[in-house]
Design a protein. Structure first.
Length: 476
């Protein structure tokens, strides 16, 4: 079977990102102009609105053309096979690691599920533990007794992490980092771990890096997603409930998933975003889909809505009657701060994450771990869903991660004091994308922080030497 070159796949995805950044830049500039008093005269305002609509449609056409190119290039079968083989390899490696033949002598890493935070944060805590276990070649033993969400522990909801080794006992024990000879290490939370292991997100293993760079638009997210998927394998009773929910709400495709976080995060970790802001991106998604298909069937557009605020549902239905909103407002009631650590709340958030991950595009705030988990799971269901999201605030990140760095593609001369200079090859530590054509970060060479055009950089892959697990064949 023929295979695409790394250069072709990188260029194909870069073209898509460039088109997106161009649209964000034009939209941002036009939005700013329309706020200017001089542009509020009716003829000028109408012309600016028409210009924005036209450019949005051009963007939709370009994205549609690029999507059709991906289908027409003849390598979709290879991409699907490569994705399946890599995911299967990771699953078998984790299975091998987690099921040692002799638990009494196996080297172990103990993870305590006692981090004081919500479900998404706790899941990411355990995923961090499993990632470090994979990096150190140690079997992860999860201590989840008296878990805030279920006192009986993780295994009441999800499948056990091991079928052969759940005992944290051993001949020698130590807190991280211990020594190579220590049999049982206990790992602290990522916020305070010292020394910091090299395996932390956004690292990818050296033996898979080239394959992942060719296959996926964000290899580090793909790698993290494999651990999240392994951890979230549901017990049969939970799987039955999830299947029944999807059937009851009639979740179908295409559908856009919206996660509206309000309650405890607004005003602290996140800003307030009205439903209209989410729905603008939903409209753009369906416009792109219509262009890709050469027209639409006129059916009502599907949106799966998840929120911790029940009032969001009626607000959305009242303001956007042309859309079909799926979801269950009763789930949002269990997400209230007062009832968050209950079995009903746990099942509710898992249900929303599951349903969101089944959609074709996410519109959310990546400051929310719930949406980031749904995005991670989405990567395990598709060849490359790296750009199947619109975040209203942060770029994707993993709390406690190693620095997210980019490489400058082009030179940049600052237009004013808010911007920084770039030279090709410069390393930039990105702080965020402002979704208006500009990102903010630090030029490591100049030690200066500021804005720069987002299209002038590309992500830098953090490649780390992980164990290669020679006992596990590359392909079965």
């Amino acid at each position: 079977m023929s295979e695409p070159s790394l250069e072709y796949e990188l260029a194909r995805r870069q073209s898509r990102r460039d088109a997106d950044e161009l649209w964000r830049f034009v939209r941002g500039e036009l939005t700013a102009w329309r706020k200017d008093d001089s542009s509020k005269a009716p003829p000028v305002a109408r012309r600016l609105e028409k210009l924005q609509d036209s450019v949005r449609q051009y963007h939709a056409v370009i994205r549609g053309d690029l999507a059709n190119l991906t289908v027409a290039d003849g390598w979709e079968t290879w991409r699907r096979r490569e994705a399946d083989q890599l995911a299967d390899l990771m699953r078998r490696r984790i299975d091998f690691l987690q099921n040692p033949p002799d638990c009494a002598t196996a080297k172990k890493l103990v993870c305590n599920l006692n981090k004081v935070c919500g479900f998404g944060c706790q899941l990411h805590h355990v995923a961090y533990c499993l990632t470090v276990a994979y990096g150190t070649g140690r079997t992860l033993v999860l201590n989840s007794r008296n878990w805030r969400y279920n006192r009986a522990g993780w295994e009441q909801v999800f499948q056990p992490l091991s079928g052969t080794c759940q005992d944290a006992g051993g001949r020698s024990k130590a807190a991280w980092p211990g020594t190579a000879d220590t049999q049982v290490l206990t790992l602290p939370i990522i916020d305070v771990v010292s020394p910091r292991p090299p395996y932390l997100p956004l690292a990818v293993p050296a033996d898979l890096a080239d394959r992942l760079a060719r296959l996926h638009g964000d290899p580090s997210v793909w790698f993290t997603a494999q651990f999240v998927r392994y951890l979230m394998r549901p017990q049969q009773h939970l799987q039955n409930d999830l299947d029944a929910f999807v059937k009851r709400v009639q979740l179908r495709n295409p559908c856009v998933g919206i996660h509206v976080r309000r309650t405890d995060k607004v005003g602290t970790e996140a800003a307030f975003h009205p439903i209209e802001e989410y729905m603008q991106h939903v409209h753009e998604f369906y416009e792109r889909r219509q262009m890709e298909a050469g027209g639409g069937d006129g059916s009502r557009r599907c949106v799966y809505l998840a929120s911790d605020d029940p009032s969001v549902f009626q607000d959305a239905v009242n303001k956007f009657p042309d859309y079909t909103f799926l979801g269950d407002p009763s789930v949002s009631k269990t997400a209230a701060v007062s009832s968050r650590y209950t079995d009903a709340s746990l099942r509710g958030v898992i249900t929303d994450i599951h349903a969101l991950s089944l959609t074709d595009h996410l519109v959310c705030t990546f400051s929310s771990q719930v949406c980031r988990v749904a995005y991670e799971l989405m990567q395990t269901m598709h060849v490359d869903a790296a750009d199947w999201f619109t975040s209203l605030d942060d770029i994707y990140y993993y709390g406690g991660q190693s620095p997210h760095e980019q490489t400058a593609r082009f030179a940049h001369q600052p237009a004013d004091g808010s911007e920084i200079a770039l030279s090709p090859g410069d390393t930039v530590g990105i702080a965020g994308n402002h979704w208006n054509g500009y990102s903010k970060g630090e030029n490591r060479r100049l030690k200066k922080v500021g804005l720069y055009p987002a299209y002038k950089t590309r992500d830098k892959l953090r490649v780390v030497e992980f164990p290669r697990y020679p006992e596990v064949p590359l392909v079965l």
